[in-house]
Each structure stands twice: as structure tokens, then as C-alpha cells.
Design a protein around this ligand. Structure first.
Ligand code: G1P
Length: 275
């Protein structure tokens, strides 16, 4: 039912300069796998094999990553190195990849709207690749949300509790509990100060959106930071119909920050390379 997953990936990644001067931040590796590859794996696990990527200038290596590299592959064919490409080859064979460019950075809402031409008139997932989500004990976060979508058929945002002094970094929601981990959203504010935050439940970079969101984004005026915010469009959707917030199971690393990136690196290294 959910086939497409959109990856807004046009941002500059200024917090990682100079690394991101000519390399997309989504290509930063956690151990030896780029962030975007983790995201695509998670989308595929959630049943979304049509990968739609919103890129920008200087982001061509994203396209190259999800393609063959004949020269390299010829060079290492038959050697022990070849197995290092097994996972990415399987991923490429299992998905389709489409790209569009966002020419101006006008916020996450604008980035998602830029993907309209790739997504069309159907519900879709959204992954912000610099939020790395890992659920060792079971299904990935997007797969959890896809299961919820089947039941409720409305937009869903993934949320987690954050300390009060961090709410200003996130979209923050409040609403009525439907169950222990599902909330019907009644309020949603983009990056509030601690005293204006409706709760400490922060949106992280996983969304399921119904296609009417595009029209709502088109009607959304620039908000926080002068940017077109998906949070504002979702608030309208919540007022007109229904938006759910879901307290996902698993860990989330903020790989858009140096601390979160190092934490994720250590975690993945410990998990896969030590015994
Ligand atoms: C974006 C969204 C914000 C959300 C966050 C999750 O902010 O605007 O609502 O909480 O992603 O990572 P950004 O981190 O791009 O500034």
C-alpha cells in the first residue's frame, strides 16, 4: 500500500564542514555505510521500494552510490573485497531510484513539496537520513509506522521524549493519547522555546504522509526561520482531519550533530565489529 519513500537530501550539512564542502552529508559513513543507505534499507524493510530523492547542487554522488560502478566492480571481481558490495548490490536490485532537484533551500516543507512530481497522488514515507534509527529487537521504525498506517490511513509522525532544554531543536507535538504509544495530534509547533513548547514530545525524521499534504504545503506561509515548515502543514492537516504521533520502538541518533554522529559510529562499531 505504501510504495514510495521520499528522502529530502538537498541540505548543506554545514555542521560538518569542511567534510561536507564537496560531499553530501547523507554520504557521511557510519562505520563503512553512508547514512542514506541505512535510510533506504529502513524504507525497503517498511515495504517502500520506490526511492525518491530530492537532491541539490553537488549531490551527484548520491546517484552514483545507487548505481553500478563497472570499473571498480571489475577490478575487485573474484577477490575477498567483493563481499563488501553484497548488501548495496542487493539494495540496488530491490529498489528503484528517482531524483529531482530542489533549487532553493526554503525549508523541509518546500523540500517535500519538491518531491511531489516523484511521489504523485499516493501516501508515502519520508526519511531524513541524518536521523539514524535502529531497532535491534524487531522491525525498523518506518516498518512500524507502515503497519500503523494500514490501520489508521492518515499522516503519522514519529516522536520521542527529549529533555526540556532540547525542544527548541524540533517540531513538538501535543494531543490526546489513543494508546500508550499513539497520540492524536492537537497541537504542533516548530522549534518552540522551552516555555512555549506544548510538551517534550519531539518529531524525529520519519513521517508517513497522505498526498493531500502537498496542497496544504502549497498554502503554507513561511514560518520559523522564514522557511516553509512541514510542521505547519501537518498542523493544518491535524485540524482538518487526523494526524497521529507515534512513540517508536528503537534508538535514534542525531547524526546531523557531531556528538550524535560519533555516538552512532561507536554503537554500530560495537554491534558489528566486536564480539
Ligand atoms: C526538521 C523538522 C523538525 C523535526 C526535525 C527532526 O528540522 O523541521 O520539525 O523535529 O527535522 O530531525 P531540522 O532538523 O531539519 O532543522
Amino acid at each position: 500500500m505504501l510504495k514510495k519513500c521520499l528522502f529530502p537530501a538537498a541540505g548543506y550539512g554545514t555542521r560538518f564542514l569542511p567534510a561536507t564542502k564537496s560531499m553530501p552529508k547523507e554520504m557521511m559513513p557510519i562505520v563503512s555505510k553512508p547514512l542514506i543507505e541505512y535510510g533506504v534499507e529502513e524504507a525497503l524493510e517498511g515495504g517502500m521500494a520506490d526511492i525518491c530523492i530530492v537532491t541539490g547542487r553537488g549531490k551527484r554522488s548520491l546517484e552514483d552510490h545507487f548505481d553500478s560502478n563497472f570499473e571498480l566492480e571489475h577490478q575487485i571481481a573474484g577477490t575477498s573485497k567483493e563481499e563488501l558490495l553484497t548488501d548495496i548490490r542487493t539494495l540496488i536490485d530491490s529498489c528503484t531510484f528517482s531524483y529531482t532537484r530542489q533549487r532553493e533551500m526554503k525549508g523541509l516543507g518546500h523540500a517535500i513539496l519538491s518531491g511531489k512530481t516523484l511521489v504523485g497522488d499516493q501516501p508515502f514515507g519520508v526519511v531524513l537520513a541524518d536521523d539514524l534509527c535502529i531497532n535491534e529487537d524487531g522491525t525498523g521504525v518506518l516498518a512500524q509506522m507502515a503497519a500503523l498506517y494500514k490501520q489508521f490511513r492518515c499522516s503519522i509522525v514519529a516522536v520521542m521524549e527529549v529533555p526540556e532544554d532540547e525542544v527548541h531543536k524540533y517540531g513538538v507535538i501535543a494531543g490526546q493519547n489513543i494508546s500508550d504509544d499513539i497520540i492524536r495530534v492537537e497541537n504542533m509547533v516548530e522549534k518552540p522555546t522551552a516555555d512555549k513548547a506544548p510538551s517534550n514530545l519531539a518529531i524525529i525524521g520519519r513521517y508517513i504522509l497522505t498526498p493531500d499534504i502537498f496542497e496544504l504545503i502549497e498554502k503554507t506561509e513561511p514560518g520559523k526561520g522564514g522557511e516553509i515548515q512541514i510542521t505547519d502543514a501537518l498542523m493544518k492537516q491535524a485540524q482538518q482531519g487526523c494526524v497521529l504521533a507515534y512513540k517508536f520502538k528503537g534508538k535514534r541518533f542525531d547524526c546531523g550533530s557531531i556528538e550524535g554522529f560519533i555516538e552512532a559510529t561507536n554503537y554500530c562499531y560495537e554491534k558489528n565489529h566486536t564480539s
